[in-house]
Every structure is written in structure tokens, then in C-alpha cells.
Ligand binder design. Structure first.
Ligand SMILES: Nc1ncnc2c1ncn2[C@@H]1O[C@H](COP(=O)(O)OP(=O)(O)OP(=O)(O)O)[C@@H](O)[C@H]1O
Length: 262
């Protein structure tokens, strides 16, 4: 079943055509890769999917507990719809602990109101206890439990990326959007992250869409890959077919390389 349908999606910034006429569909419980050279429109596409940008034209429809359409998308509402994301530039609260950063992800879905929290009613303590248990559970999954009391700024770049994913997971999403999850990681960290992403996808029955430049991660993880170039979707398919797609090789390596390789 398709969880996301994108139709004729276009975003222009003045004269810059960042995303043009993109049509795509994402199936439930799959991992989808969005790849393409620098400036191809991948981040703009994610920003459209998460309500940061409004489309110039076209439609986005998520099928999660009823339809969520482009007109309803707002960054602050995404977790309520069951959609969480991470960012290309890590956006943690660096002076806060690892646990508190993850708790923030959980807090956007807490059910108690202002009064129980101000008056410190039992429902407030119940929810807070649940939140802490969940945060610790996630930190164990991401092998960060030992670092739970560290300030986020003291963690390695790779660990900070994992905290960001754990925080996104704390919102209990159905769809998880990861913007360059392996950026800045060394090959061992990338290998570990690849396994972790696969594991959480299966364990939590998630639909994951990720932008990534690290092809080892993309080819190992993704069920389907969409390739962007100059804002256009130029290819889609499974990892094997994408790896030998001429248009894709041309976009990445230039026309001369493809001609020479023949
Ligand atoms: N807010 C903006 N205003 C004007 N132009 C923009 C804006 N955001 C993106 N662009 C332009 O849109 C095009 C697509 O950029 P985008 O960042 O989406 O590409 P990308 O594929 O994510 O690149 P990278 O892999 O380098 O992150 C580029 O030409 C970029 O300069």
C-alpha cells in the first residue's frame, strides 16, 4: 500500500527551479533512497514533504490515519501526523544532555495538558516516567545509554547523528525522513548505522525515506531508489538497476565517462 503519493510537485525560488514536476510513490514498510548530485533538489524535496516549503504547484498526500495533504503540512504539526525527520545540519540542543534531547522528541506527543504540569498532578508524573523509560529504551537501541548524561556537544559527530535519529523516533513516527544520516561518519560508524536503520525499520514497522551520498549505505539498505538531477526525477528502481542506469551514471560522472566506459 502506498503511504505517500507525490504528484507533479514543483518548487521554484524566483528563477531557480529546485524541484520540477516530480511524481513518485512510497510503499508502506519500505526504505526509500533519494540520491542525486549536489544541488539536485533533494533537501528542497524533503522540505516540501515536511511543510517547511509550500509547493509552487503539485500535490503531496500521506495516507496515515486518513489523508494528510500538502495544504495541511506545517513543520510543527508533522509529528502529530506521524512523520518525523532529521536534518542535514545536526539540530541538537548542544548544552542539554543526550537524554533531554531525546525526551524533547517524546514531549511533542504527550497527552497531559498545561494544568497537570503546572500543578504537578499524578498524570504529569506518570507521563514523565513513561517518557524517561522510552528515552532510555531508545538510547539502548542506539548504543548511547552509557552517554545518556553527557551534554550533546561532547559526543562525536557520529553519535550526535544517532541522538538526532533517536529523538525523531521518540515521537513514535510512522514515517521517518533522514537527511544524510551518515554524513561525517567514518566507514565503521556508517556500517553500524546501516544495520541500526534496518533493525529499527523492521522492529518498529517504519517507512523510511532517506537522502544519502554514501552509496554503500544506500545500496545495502534501500528497497527503492529515486534519483534527482537538476530538480527532475531522472530514474527510479531497485539498487541493482540504479547502479547500471546510464542516465544516473551520466548525472554523477558526466557524459564523457559513460561514453569512454562503453
Ligand atoms: N531557499 C532557497 N532559495 C533559493 N534557492 C534555493 C533555496 N534552497 C535551495 N535552492 C536552490 O535549489 C537547488 C536545489 O538545492 P537543494 O539544496 O535542494 O539540493 P540538494 O540536492 O539537497 O543538494 P546537496 O546534496 O548539496 O544538499 C539549488 O540550485 C539551490 O541553490
Amino acid at each position: 500500500m502506498a503511504l505517500l503519493n507525490v504528484t507533479k510537485l514543483t518548487k521554484n525560488f524566483g528563477g531557480v527551479k529546485a524541484v520540477t514536476d516530480v511524481d513518485l510513490e512510497v510503499e508502506e514498510n519500505t526504505i526509500t533512497g533519494i540520491i542525486g548530485p549536489n544541488g539536485a533538489g533533494k533537501t528542497t524535496f524533503f522540505n516540501l514533504l515536511t511543510g517547511i516549503y509550500k509547493p509552487s504547484s503539485g500535490d503531496i498526500i500521506y495516507h496515515i490515519n486518513g489523508d494528510v495533504t500538502s495544504r495541511m503540512l506545517r513543520p510543527q504539526k508533522m509529528t502529530k501526523y506521524g512523520i518525523a525527520r532529521t536534518f542535514q545540519n545536526i539540530r541538537l540542543f548542544k548544552e542539554m544532555t543526550v537524554t533531554d534531547n531525546v525526551l524533547l522528541g517524546y514531549h511533542c506527543n504527550l497527552s497531559y495538558g498545561v494544568f497537570p504540569s503546572v500543578l504537578r498532578l499524578p498524570s504529569y508524573f506518570r507521563e514523565e516516567k513513561k517518557a524517561m523509560e522510552k528515552a532510555h529504551e531508545l538510547l539502548k537501541i542506539f548504543h548511547l545509554y552509557d552517554k545518556r548524561d553527557e551534554k550533546a556537544k561532547n559526543l562525536s559527530y557520529g553519535d550526535q547523528r544517532k541522538v538526532e535519529i533517536a529523538r525523531a523516533m521518540a515521537a513514535d513516527p510512522k514515517i521517518l525522513l533522514l537527511d544524510e544520516p551518515a554524513a561525517g561518519m567514518n566507514p565503521n560508524e556508517t556500517k553500524e548505522l546501516t544495520k541500526l536503520i534496518k533493525w529499527v525499520q523492521e522492529e518498529f514497522q517504519l517507512t523510511i525515506i532517506l537522502i544519502e551520498h554514501d552509496m554503500s549505505l544506500v545500496m545495502k539498505l534501500c528497497d527503492k531508489i529515486f534519483v534527482f538531477d537538476y530538480g527532475h526525477l531522472i530514474a527510479e528502481g531497485d539498487p541493482e538497476s540504479i547502479q547500471c542506469n546510464e542516465q544516473v551514471l551520466k548525472a554523477y560522472l558526466g557524459g564523457d565517462y559513460v561514453a569512454e566506459a562503453k
